[in-house]
Design a protein around this ligand. Structure first.
Ligand SMILES: CSC[C@@H](O)[C@@H](O)C(=O)COP(=O)(O)O
Length: 349
């Protein structure tokens, strides 16, 4: 198995695989301070819900180190201010806010310690978030593998792999696990317009791992589903509402609707940190709209005429009734989601 480490905190700096440059170039992007981290999240140097959570946490560590010499009050207030900026760098993936809140709780609980002690405690917490995400992914992969039939053809969308997490991946983690446990699977990967996370990143990970796979334009997926070529669809999530409605990369809703029409099982694979117990339904999820140039240009080359208006939502919401199950680190959650997710929230599971 190839070890892809996309996030590394070393000598007081954060290094990220620059996902904008893949697959042409494998290079690291250096973050010296929290402003670099904010840029990296916004510009999608790093992307994927769990990965931006981990990186947001390290961003707070860099902010704390930056303000170390200020008075205690100024230090706390500047770290909080930076945390708020980092938490809002992208609005849809709840993992970012989740990680920021977790870091702020640690700050609050230790605010009487010295600035440098707080820095160390924050660094430890960021490391915990990173380590836990990797462990979580492996558990998701094991549970998910249970529902992958031998010889299955799996369809996936966007990139949910090692690049999108602290390592291993969610939906792509299930695919890795199925491959390495000898299930003899094959994969169809959607290219995922407009940012091409499937073509550039998922395809790169699949090639590294030598998992039998074919890259397809997004519009090929419905044809394959209709023709009985797909046994199971597994995708990731950016935010799961309490009723099971799930925001994920634009194009996911369309897949889920067609899967429902043709009775193909449609699974979400995501850590519990992606479940937003405070959001009642998909209607309340903020969908990020990104720059028009993501649609009008490919690799900096204009493909649409000057003057055309663009609508570019980065995510859509799949209604809970289209979802066969949600694969988490604690097992697979099935409908009725409102009931079962509420039980999970209340710790009864
Ligand atoms: C394990 S990653 C899960 C999701 O974050 C993923 O499916 C996705 O939609 C990523 O969107 P992106 O815009 O590339 O950050």
């Amino acid at each position: 198995m190839t070890l892809i480490k996309s996030i590394e905190f070393k000598d007081g700096k954060l290094y990220l695989i620059d996902q904008r440059k893949l697959p042409e170039k494998l290079s690291m992007f250096e973050c010296k301070d929290h402003k670099d981290v904010e840029f990296a999240i916004k510009d999608m140097v790093v992307r994927g819900a769990p990965a931006i959570g981990v990186v947001g946490a390290y961003g707070i560590v860099l902010a704390a180190e930056n303000f170390l010499d200020l008075s205690k009050e100024e230090f706390i207030s500047k770290v909080k201010e930076s945390a708020a900026i980092l938490g809002n760098a992208r609005p849809t993936a709840v993992n970012l806010m989740w990680a920021v809140k977790r870091m702020m709780n640690v700050l609050e609980a230790n605010k009487d310690k010295t600035n440098s002690e707080i820095c160390e405690i924050l660094l430890n917490e960021a490391k915990n978030i990173e380590r836990e995400d990797l462990e979580t992914n492996k558990a998701i992969a094991r549970y998910g593998n249970e529902i992958v039939p031998k010889g299955a053809t799996i369809l996936t969308h966007c990139n949910t792999g090692a690049l999108a997490t602290a390592g291993y991946g969610t939906a792509l983690g299930v695919i890795r696990e199925a491959h390495y446990t000898g299930k003899n699977i094959r994969v169809f990967a959607d290219e995922t317009r407009p940012r091409l996370q499937g073509a550039r990143l998922t395809a790169w990970e699949l090639v590294q791992e030598r998992i039998p796979a074919k890259l397809i334009p997004d519009s090929v997926a419905p044809v394959l589903i209709r023709d009985g070529e797909i046994d199971i669809i597994i995708v990731g999530a950016d935010r799961i509402a309490l009723n099971g409605d799930t925001a994920n990369k634009i194009g996911t809703f369309m897949l889920s609707q067609i899967a429902k029409d043709f009775n193909v099982p449609f699974y979400i694979a995501a850590p519990i940190s992606t479940i937003d117990f405070e959001t009642k339904s998909g209607k309340d999820i903020i969908i990020e709209e990104r720059d028009a140039t993501e649609v009008t240009h490919i690799n900096g080359v204009r493909i649409a005429p000057e003057g055309i208006d663009v609508y570019n939502p980065a995510f859509d919401v799949t209604p809970h009734e289209n979802i066969t199950g949600i694969i988490t680190e604690k097992g697979i959650i099935r409908p009725p989601y409102l009931e079962n997710l509420s039980r999970l929230r209340d710790g009864k599971k």
